[in-house]
Design a binder for this molecule. Sequence first.
Ligand SMILES: NC(=O)c1ccc[n+]([C@@H]2O[C@H](COP(=O)([O-])OP(=O)(O)OC[C@H]3O[C@@H](n4cnc5c(N)ncnc54)[C@H](OP(=O)(O)O)[C@@H]3O)[C@@H](O)[C@H]2O)c1
Length: 283
Amino acid sequence: MSNTRIWITGSSGRLGSALRRLLDCVECRILVSDDDVPVGDSAAVNHFADVSHPDVIINCAGLTDVHLCESDPELAYKTNALGARNLAVAARRLDAKLIQISTDDVFEGLGTKPLHEFLEPHPTTIYGKSKYAGECLVRELTDKHVIVRSSWIYGAGTNDFVDQVLAAARNGQPICLPGDEISSPTSADALADFIQKLIYTREYGVYHASCTGSCSRAEFAREILRLAGYDDVSVESTIAGETLRPRFTLLDNMMMRMTELHQMPDWKDALSVYLAGRKEGKA
Ligand SMILES: NC(=O)c1ccc[n+]([C@@H]2O[C@H](COP(=O)([O-])OP(=O)(O)OC[C@H]3O[C@@H](n4cnc5c(N)ncnc54)[C@H](OP(=O)(O)O)[C@@H]3O)[C@@H](O)[C@H]2O)c1
């Protein structure tokens, strides 16, 4: 275990930086990359893989801006699909395990029941389609893989939904968010705990990994404000309308339950831990 070489792509993002913090504390060798190794460039990926010989690759790199994905589909597919393909080819060649991070946006979001791993994805946005294409390429190209789908990830060091809500409250701006867009906010730290377990198990396949419980975007914002002491700031619930986010993408962590590998925390508990950490200056 102590000599395990772990390559984290997208290591400065929300999830990548949570993994760096977590894995820095255990005995393994962490290799990191961001735009310096563009995942869509197969020569760059193969060169890094050959020089660093990872045992495990955790692909956190992604074009996550849904608007940018719509306006530049080629960039979206190059990063989210070709990037996954290039890492899968390198992983197979080196006999490394590939942990591919994916999203609840692979689902259409028209239902009302939690979505488990055995349901067929139907992505509707370029972001969702490119991420699903990445999943399929990983499945086709390397056996030793785990695809981890999560939702509404927030974490330290990035300008995420939590930061945006707190900034709006500080600046006295009105906060209007969909009351009918439902999923589960997931702390990058909580997700990193699960991914750490995947590094050292022989579990493969697709895993849903979101914090438990569910809420709307508006409820998520209200809880952030309550925990941060902005009880007087109100959040207006709106109707999602034509957004680039599917309406209902609550993930059911069924594989986790069946394999008894891990249990994700409740989203409110994880958010409370995260915000308490920020107050203490940890985040
Ligand atoms: N955020 C969510 O709510 C959410 C939900 C479910 C699943 N996911 C998935 O989880 C993964 C991690 O998400 P995140 O929220 O941590 O993302 P993030 O904060 O947007 O970080 C993405 C990272 O990928 C890097 N990157 C972008 N294009 C790249 C390229 N062509 N080559 C190499 N690196 C590149 C970025 O580097 P630069 O900043 O230097 O460009 C950044 O470090 C992604 O695959 C995402 O699809 C995210």
